[in-house]
Design a protein around this ligand. Structure first.
Ligand SMILES: Cc1cc2nc3c(=O)[nH]c(=O)nc-3n(C[C@H](O)[C@H](O)[C@H](O)COP(=O)(O)OP(=O)(O)OC[C@H]3O[C@@H](n4cnc5c(N)ncnc54)[C@H](O)[C@@H]3O)c2cc1C
Length: 304
């Protein structure tokens, strides 16, 4: 029996009955068609770096679309890449090609497909800004093309997950630039991340648990959830092995032994602390897999 803890960067989560690993679009389509023919739905994963999986596990098969190598090609400044390609390796490739537009994603774990599904980004930019087209596959195995306007891209969101569509390949429109300058910027970003974030290869985490706070008027900027969490005392909260990362109050780390329920309970306490002190309902960024108590009230990502 496979365990979700082996497929997620939180390293939490119980068993699942079957796992299908695929790296190529055609394999992914074949797996989804086969599951559909068996009337089975599935949980779809890339790098598992933005999910919290329940301790009880799930009764559904898991499909993992991850490739060990970057599968990308360029036509001028247009880059086509598989959704299974690791995002940070894709950034490194585009930097070496002297193409700007993805460097802000340096160091973000996970796949290109997972990044597009959640419109991942940093420093005020997101991957959706560079998207030209995606090829998607629905859960019945039907393949089609989508433009960015079809995806309803927002801050850390798209409609792909709700529609049950997976990103097979993406075309990104990048900008020619000096590769040395891009490489230097990439190193700066990686150093910034090493300083502010836990190293997910050694520390169980899924990065920021909550989304930053949307401005209430056009004149305002998005405000860091971490600031409110720190002011509300989140850095001192602990639930079993789950605690906040001392240099970033919005990041939960799961120190073994730790359960997903402990992470979930801590996240609730953090959100309640911000609600009680500031009257703000934090929105969850991390996606849930499996059952969590009271998750219905958080099912759309809304706070408690
Ligand atoms: C230390 C750390 C730092 C992080 N920093 C950032 C950051 O700066 N900015 C940021 O935005 N995020 C950040 N994250 C969160 C995470 O890395 C991103 O959200 C990442 O893009 C998730 O990709 P993934 O492949 O791991 O997705 P997964 O966690 O595997 O999946 C997340 C969701 O996307 C869906 N999905 C996965 N692959 C596909 C696909 N091919 N097609 C359609 N849907 C798919 C899944 O079904 C699931 O609903 C960080 C995480 C960690 C651990």
């Amino acid at each position: 029996m496979k365990r979700l803890s082996d497929m997620t960067t939180f390293r939490l989560g119980g068993p699942c009955p079957e796992v299908h690993d695929c790296a190529e679009p055609d394999t992914c389509i074949a797996v989804l068609r086969d599951l559909h023919a068996r009337s089975l739905s599935c949980v779809f994963l890339g790098g598992g770096s933005n999910v919290l999986a329940s301790d009880e596990g799930i009764d559904l098969p898991v499909v993992r679309y991850v490739s060990e190598t970057v599968k990308a090609n360029r036509d001028g400044s247009m880059v086509q890449v598989t959704g299974s390609s690791w995002l940070d390796d894709t950034v490194r490739t585009t930097v070496a090609w002297g193409l700007d537009g993805l460097v802000m994603c340096s160091g973000i774990p996970g796949t290109v497909g997972g990044a597009i599904a959640g419109n991942a980004g940093a420093f005020g930019q997101q991957i959706g800004d560079r998207l030209v087209e995606v090829t998607v596959c629905d859960r019945a195995g039907r393949v089609s093309s989508r433009t960015p306007s079809d995806l309803d891209l927002g801050y850390r969101s798209s409609n792909l997950i709700e529609r049950g569509e997976v990103v097979l390949t993406a075309t990104l429109g990048l900008t020619p630039a000096d590769s040395g300058t891009l490489a230097a910027r990439r190193e700066e970003i990686l150093a910034f991340r090493r300083d502010r974030h836990p190293d997910w290869r050694n520390v169980p985490t899924a990065g920021s648990f909550f989304k930053n706070i949307e401005p209430t008027s056009n004149a305002e900027r998005r405000q860091a959830a971490g600031w409110y969490l720190e002011k509300a005392g989140a850095l001192t909260l602990r639930e079993g092995g789950a605690r906040t990362f001392l240099r970033h109050a919005n990041i939960i780390i799961a120190e073994p032994p730790c359960t997903a329920l402990e992470v979930w309970t801590l996240a609730h306490r953090m959100a309640l602390a911000v609600r009680d002190q500031f009257g703000i309902a934090l929105q969850r960024e991390v996606r849930l897999i499996g059952h969590f108590p009271d998750a219905a009230t958080w099912s759309t990502g809304a706070g408690p």
